[in-house]
Design a binder for this molecule. Structure first.
Ligand code: IVH
Length: 666
């Protein structure tokens, strides 16, 4: 008898390893390995199980679905289980799937529906009599988290169907974060000194499971629905589901992103076509899904307790490559955070030449034990900054462990690490030259002062020429200084100076955000601007005032106070003022109105206001509008033809305000 290389104990350990990564991925939205590496681990489990079926454990990843339940939500049963998909990576596996389907159905000419495999989070969405009533995550496939409140905030998911639909409509789809929103979110998180999401999938999963529905709604989640759990009798094909849902006003994949095929060749042709388009899609995909088109055949084929027999995922090759780290350098961001960066031997990953990859911070370097001259696997997923996934262990002498410098590499000042933070910062604040250019870039950026025609090249040039020694120098640039510079003409100088001039009257929150105070993203800047109303008050704001504000915690408050405790920053503000920078105060929410601090839900059609107008009025009076009724709702604003919210409000004893009464109270 041949001796197995694996012992039963190794098998158990491998399962434990997979479970650990399941937890990191599904529950914490913080994976430590790539999907590809994960799939390889599961393949290893499968291999052992083939050899030793007697060892197979019920908790094996080949037999059960990992749970995504976070423990924060009420859990509910799925009427129809939410399964997983079997994965294939090769043409042979795909051909084997087709052969299997043809054999099982006894049809040699089967049609397959092929479409994109969205890289997001599965969601079950239920409409009753045309109204969105529930949304549940996959959970363990049988029971998931009730995330209905957050689903109301999914941008493209209608609360009401466009056409009448009696009874229950149970849908399946994938919630995802468009790349644009993902980049915005990570930018804001970086500004706020928070950990970045590794990829859009994790950001989507984290956002869908936030406890605060308003924050969840602000993330910009979207959904694409791809299946109906209980299709009406007249629908006989999978390929007819999307047109049916589209007619009801539901978000489905665009027609050109799905395909009907009868052979492996046709499926692969479509897959290659999609791979070409992959980098220009506004969201991430990780492959295609191939499904038997005929719904009757599907029911006959059925499912194992893990995945349906009638579908398979054909995954695209991971966007990874091996290369060597030539050196590790340190970048200083505008908030002074030091970020280690790997300078790589250039290598092509998914079509682009990569020569640098972020190493995030010292903790990350220690965890992966990354050293100079190591051979590493790098990965580039969609639009995410390339990162080092792991070190390829090669024998031989390695460089010593890499350590973050104790002095800022740009200005030589000491670096500091606050308790509880992973980030290391340069102590010199705005005086650090390394932070300098990053600070100017941030100040003039779209979300901040929005000074157009002021590109990075121009900033660098002005900096070298000595025109931009401080942030306030932006407002000291004179026509005569720059008119003779190469590349500048009459027109470009006029446009730039006029844009700089215009920015003096910007909105106050843009100015506050533009200062680049650590932890102050756009949202916090808006809240603070609303409270302080002008720059002078901002400089003198107290810690107590700040922590009273909604969404401002200790960390943010400390950061603002620290910032203005620094005399240099106060001087800078005085300079801005004397140079004519005069940000506009925001409209102050009125306190004391009967609607102040009250929570509203609107239902039905209002005669005099659009929903947006009504929402704006309520918010301007200090109230808040949410999308669903709960015990915490103060008023239901009732329009014509109200939906199910009306009954729910009656049940929960929520005060019902007719439009006319609402008007009177205004
Ligand atoms: S069909 C499992 N179609 O992939 C039941 N799934 O890895 C049939 N997914 O849990 C699924 N895009 O959340 C299907 N166009 C698509 C999909 C898709 C993404 C997800 C789905 C599923 C996961 C399995």
């Amino acid at each position: 008898m041949s001796k197995s290389v694996f012992s039963k104990n190794d098998y158990k350990k491998l399962i434990e390893e997979v479970k650990k990564h399941d937890k990191l991925y599904y529950q914490k939205s913080k994976p430590e390995i790539s999907d590809y590496q994960y799939d390889m681990l599961v393949k290893e489990v499968e291999k052992i199980e083939k050899k030793h079926p007697e060892w197979i454990d019920g908790i094996s990843p080949t037999k059960s679905i990992a749970t995504d339940a976070s423990g924060h939500f009420k859990t509910v049963n799925h009427k129809y289980p939410m399964l997983s998909l079997a994965n294939t990576y090769s043409e042979e596996d795909l051909q084997a799937f087709i052969d299997r389907m043809e054999k099982l159905t006894e049809h040699s000419d089967l049609s397959f529906n092929v479409e994109l495999k969205m890289d997001g989070v599965a969601l079950s969405v239920i409409y009753e009599d045309g109204e969105l009533i529930r949304a549940v995550t996959r959970g363990n496939g049988q029971r998931g988290d009730d995330v209905t409140q957050n689903a109301y905030g999914i941008h493209n998911l209608p609360h009401k169907l466009k056409e009448k639909h009696k009874g229950i409509l149970e849908l399946r789809g994938e919630v995802y974060l468009p790349l644009k929103e993902f980049k915005r979110l990570n930018r804001d998180r970086e500004d706020a000194g928070l950990d970045l999401y590794a990829n859009p999938r994790n950001a989507a999963s984290g956002s869908l499971k936030l406890i605060d529905a308003e924050v969840s709604a602000s993330r910009g989640l979207n959904v694409l629905l791809y299946d109906l759990a209980n299709p009406p009798k007249e629908i006989k094909l999978q390929s007819k589901i999307a047109p049916y849902l589209r007619k009801l006003g539901l978000p489905v994949l665009a027609k050109e992103l799905s395909h009907t095929a009868k052979s492996a060749k046709s499926i692969l042709d479509f897959a290659h076509q999609i791979e070409q388009k992959r980098s220009s899609l506004p969201f991430e995909i990780d492959g295609i899904v191939v499904k038997v088109d005929d719904l009757d055949e599907r029911s006959t084929l059925g499912a194992t307790n893990k995945s349906p027999r009638w579908a398979v995922a054909y995954k695209f090759a991971a966007e990874q490559a091996e290369t060597q780290i030539e050196s590790i350098s340190v970048q200083v961001g505008r908030t002074g955070v030091l970020t280690p960066v790997a300078n790589l031997k250039p290598v092509t990953v998914s079509g682009s030449l990569i020569s640098r990859a972020t190493l995030h911070n010292q903790d990350e370097i220690d965890r992966k034990d990354i050293r100079e001259h190591d051979y590493v696997i790098i990965e580039k997923g969609g639009d995410v900054i390339p990162k080092v996934v792991s070190v390829v262990q090669k024998s031989g002498k390695r460089s010593p462990k890499w350590l973050m410098p104790t002095k800022c590499p740009h200005c030589g000042s000491d670096v500091v690490k606050k308790e509880g933070e992973v980030a290391v910062r340069c102590k010199a604040g705005t005086k650090c030259t390394g932070q300098y250019i990053s600070r100017i870039k941030h100040f003039i950026a779209k979300g901040a002062m929005n000074i157009e025609n002021f590109g990075i090249k121009v900033i660098e040039r002005f900096y070298e020429l000595g025109f931009l020694e401080t942030l306030t120098d932006i407002y000291r640039i004179k026509r005569d200084d720059i008119i003779d510079l190469e590349g500048f003409g009459e027109r470009s100088v006029t446009v730039l100076l006029s844009n700089i001039e215009k920015s003096k009257d910007c909105e106050l929150y843009r100015f506050i955000f533009g200062l680049g105070i650590p932890f102050i993203g756009v949202v916090a800047a808006k809240v603070i601007a609303e409270h302080v109303q002008d720059i002078e008050t901002l400089v003198n704001v107290t810690h107590e005032e700040l922590i009273e504000l909604e969404g401002i915690g200790e960390k943010v408050a400390d950061s603002v106070i620290d910032y203005f405790d620094n005399e240099i920053h106060v001087e800078e503000i005085n300079d801005f003022l004397s140079l004519g920078v005069n940000p506009k105060p925001p409209v102050k929410k009125k306190k004391g109105h009967i609607f102040s601090e009250k929570t509203f839900v609107i239902t039905g059609t209002l005669e005099e206001y659009s929903r947006t107008e009504a929402k704006e009025i309520i918010e301007s009076l200090g109230g808040k509008v949410t999308s669903s009724i709960s015990k915490l709702t103060d008023y239901l604003l009732l329009g014509k033809n109200p939906g199910s919210k009306y009954n729910k409000a009656l049940k929960l004893d929520v005060l019902i305000l007719k439009e006319q009464d609402f008007k009177k109270l205004l």
